[in-house]
Design a protein around this ligand. Structure first.
Ligand code: FES
Length: 101
């Protein structure tokens, strides 16, 4: 589940990742794509040269422009962890979603 919210000039995608609330800046660190227009999904990993398996179901944001994948809630890319999208922790309080920006 994802919701886009705007706070001044900052646009965030707010995701519920397996019960953990995380907000993601809607700006891909590669070339500025609107990263949060995609839903959280999973990805295919290769634990061995001839093996492929589905992993991180519901924890991956895939950029719509060039396909970089970011793992939630950390925001790190899977292939090059030095590249990271900005994330903020959140929680549910009295039925409301609260994000610490
Ligand atoms: S702009 Fe996101 S991967 Fe290129």
């Amino acid at each position: 589940m994802r919701k886009l919210v705007r706070i001044g000039r900052l646009e965030l995608g707010v995701y519920n990742v397996k019960g953990q609330i995380v907000a993601v800046r809607n700006l891909c660190p590669h070339a500025g794509a609107p990263l949060c227009h995609s839903r959280a999904t999973g990805t295919v990993v290769s634990p061995a040269p001839t093996q492929r398996e589905w992993a991180y179901d519901g924890e991956i944001l895939k950029c719509p422009w060039h396909g970089w994948e970011f793992k939630l809630p950390s925001g790190e890319t899977l292939v090059e962890p030095k590249y990271k999208v900005v994330t903020f922790p959140g929680r549910i309080e009295n039925g409301d979603v609260v994000v610490d920006v």
